[in-house]
Design a protein around this ligand. Structure first.
Ligand code: WT7
Length: 650
């Protein structure tokens, strides 16, 4: 099996700006020192971070207990996540953060709330008492199915305060998906809202809970936040209003002293086939990982307004909207609605209005804004921005350049952060003020993280070279298992190479040791014996000014084994003609070589994506080869996209 080949020739380099570097939380010297310590003794390195960034009630006895694939970090240590996110900020530095904004929230209709650390602490204690009154005990699982409102963060922190692991189900999931997750996790309590605002209308949540609970017996309590004031049915003896329960709740609640390995949350992630996996994260290691990475990578200062646009229903929202930022005492912004409502400049308006300094979003959003046109960001003063981040997919170099120029005004370092639901926190990333960036590369491992690229036999693919991305050493934020399924945990992640985690991505490393993530290994195409990742062909297509977005897949071909089919959505103003198809095929040949020439181009308005914005190439593969899709489609965002793609064939 040959290496995955790298065809992309990206030569642009962006050196850290000396002015930024001078003020950065971690400078060249710090990072060199950190890397040295971490290479020498990663356990000692992480122990130092756990001491520096986390408040412990009881110190640990052993840093790491590693019986592959099962890790325990900070064994014997006791702590509480909500204490670290709240209480300590009320006391430290003479109480300087008591009245600092913990959460700046804006609803889609434009209503706003600014919640200080002292107030968030009170609300969390009150709701923790509510949970206790409802009979929730340490270890009981609570499902949260809520819109992006402050009560979601309050509920999460209240769960952590009493040691009840939460499982958040993204509000866009259906009643069926909700029921599966409630059953799998064995929850007795669901916290929801009447609905949430999306594209100017209230979408129902309570109704979906009612439907889900018709099909499962386990749940005995449903707590409902009033948000949209839409009609809901409240079932007597089961359903309770949040505001009724909170009225008389005491604002005093001691934080439970929890074991470092106490389950913190379970978050479901969909594999490409089969039923979703409940990824289990625990307390001490996870909090150490997300807090350390958050402070260093986002260079957070006390005066910053930080905005990560992810929904809290995804891991990015858990780690970098709520836990990392609050543990660091930062101001984290939350926005309820969609990016383009009421107008295509909603996000830029929010950045201007709240003076956002640090902005973290996904390539899928960036490509959407590219298509909508530069006039929308250009209408707003974005000069408060000083750092930009990207996560979720490989960012195509041209999208990176647009982000750099049109949003960052060439003034902001970009941190491209590679990680997964399973890794808990960021693993491969640039460090602003220190690492020279290359558009499209997530650059280098975070100190204490040990990624490597293997060939199929488990030999190291020496740089420059491509293959399978693995993690050789355990890390504090790593998943502790799949809820209730150790067998699947071992098979899925640990069976390919001995005692080594395989993440499912293909990657390439250049001669400088920089990592270039090439997408899911299942999507790699074998063209005449050359293994080619999807990312590079897509990036070549997107680098043409007439293309907004592209997805490529392989379909069986008699001659080449696999032929490349490209699904392309043109930018506004570009006509989807046969002549344009020819232009694009020529463009790809010129950019990355004839081997990667698409055999076929299909124009489409939209691509099938998951609800978190990832292109579902598996479905496109079926369409390209003209077969019915049999795999799971429950995570597909918009079914009409598939129908129209299939219709194109007729
Ligand atoms: C998969 C994990 C990590 C939080 C959001 C997604 C892809 C993620 C990058 C990046 C290239 C990336 C990988 C990974 N991915 N970040 N910076 N560059 N690819 O979490 O849903 O668990 O997805 O997203 O394929 O394996 P997730």
């Amino acid at each position: 099996m040959p290496d995955i080949e790298s065809l992309l020739k990206e030569t642009r380099r962006f050196k850290p700006d000396p002015a930024f570097a001078r003020e950065a939380n971690w400078n060249k010297k710090t990072v060199a020192e950190h890397r040295k310590q971490a290479d020498k003794n990663p356990e000692k390195y992480w122990a130092a971070r756990a001491k520096e960034n986390i408040t412990w009630f009881t110190p640990w006895k052993k840093v790491l207990d590693w019986k592959p694939p099962f890790a325990k970090w900070f064994v014997g240590g006791k702590l509480n996540v909500s204490y670290n996110c709240l209480d300590r900020h009320l006391e430290e530095d003479g109480g300087a953060r008591r009245n600092k904004a913990a959460i700046i929230w804006e609803g889609e209709p434009g209503d706003t709330r600014v919640i200080t650390y002292a107030e968030l602490h009170r609300e969390v204690c009150k709701f923790a008492n509510v949970l206790k009154t409802q009979g929730i005990k340490k270890g009981d699982r609570v499902v949260l199915y809520m819109p992006m409102i402050p009560e979601l963060a309050i509920a999460m922190l209240a769960c952590t305060r009493i040691g009840a692991p939460h499982s958040i189900v993204f509000g866009g999931f259906s009643a069926d998906a909700l029921r599966d997750r409630i059953d799998d996790v064995g929850a007795k309590t669901v916290i929801t809202a009447d609905g949430g605002f999306r594209k100017g209308a209230g979408f129902p949540l309570k109704q979906a809970v009612d439907d889900a609970l018709k099909m499962t017996k386990a749940v005995d309590t449903v707590i409902v936040v009033e948000r949209t004031k839409q009609d809901v049915k409240m079932k007597k003896g089961r359903d309770l209003w949040w505001h009724d329960l909170m009225k008389d709740a005491s604002p005093k609640c001691a934080a439970a002293k929890l074991d470092s390995e106490h389950p913190l949350f379970i978050l479901y992630t969909s594999g490409s086939t089969g039923k979703p996996k409940g990824i289990l994260h625990t307390t001490g290691g996870y909090l150490t990982h997300v807090t350390t990475t958050f402070k260093a990578i986002f260079d957070i200062k006390d005066s910053d307004v930080y905005w990560c646009t992810a929904d809290i229903g995804w891991i990015t929202g858990h780690s970098y909207v709520v836990y990392g930022p609050l543990a660091a005492g930062a101001t984290t912004m939350m926005y309820e609605g969609v990016p383009v409502h009421p107008g295509p400049d909603r996000w830029w308006e929010l950045i201007e209005k709240w003076g956002v300094n640090i902005f973290y979003t996904a390539p899928t959003a960036i490509r959407t804004f590219i298509r909508l046109g530069d006039e929308h960001p250009n209408k707003h003063d974005l000069s408060s921005l000083r750092l930009l981040g990207s996560v979720g997919e490989p960012i195509n170099p041209e999208a990176w350049m647009w982000y750099h120029k049109v949003i960052g005004k060439k003034n902001c370092p970009i941190v491209d952060t590679w990680w997964q639901t399973e890794t808990g926190g960021i693993m491969i990333t640039s460090l602003p003020g220190v690492v020279t960036t290359k558009p499209g590369s997530a650059t280098l491992p975070f100190p204490g993280i040990d990624p490597e690229i293997y060939d199929e036999e488990g030999n190291v693919a020496k740089p420059p070279g491509g293959g399978l991305l693995v993690l050789r050493k355990p890390w504090p934020g790593m998943l502790r298992g799949i809820w209730g399924d150790n067998k699947r945990f071992k098979e899925q992640y640990w069976s390919r190479f001995e005692d080594t985690y395989f993440c499912g991505d293909g990657a390439h490393r250049d001669k400088d040791g920089y990592f270039w993530i090439m997408g899911r290994i299942d999507d790699v195409m074998n063209i005449s014996g050359h293994r080619i990742g999807t990312m590079e062909v897509e990036s070549a297509l997107v680098s043409h000014k007439g293309v907004a977005e592209a997805a490529v897949v392989g379909r069986p071909d008699d001659i080449t084994g696999t032929a490349i089919v490209a699904f392309v959505s043109p930018r506004g103003g570009t006509k989807a003609t046969d002549a344009f198809k020819k232009t694009l095929i020529g463009h790809v040949s010129k950019e990355i070589g004839a081997i990667a020439r698409p055999a076929e181009i299909r124009f489409t308005d939209a691509l099938p994506k998951t609800r978190s914005g990832k292109i579902m190439r598996r479905l496109l593969r079926d369409i390209a080869s003209g077969v019915e899709s049999t795999g799971d489609t429950s995570t597909l965002e918009d079914f009409s996209v598939l129908a129209s793609l299939r219709g194109d064939e007729d």
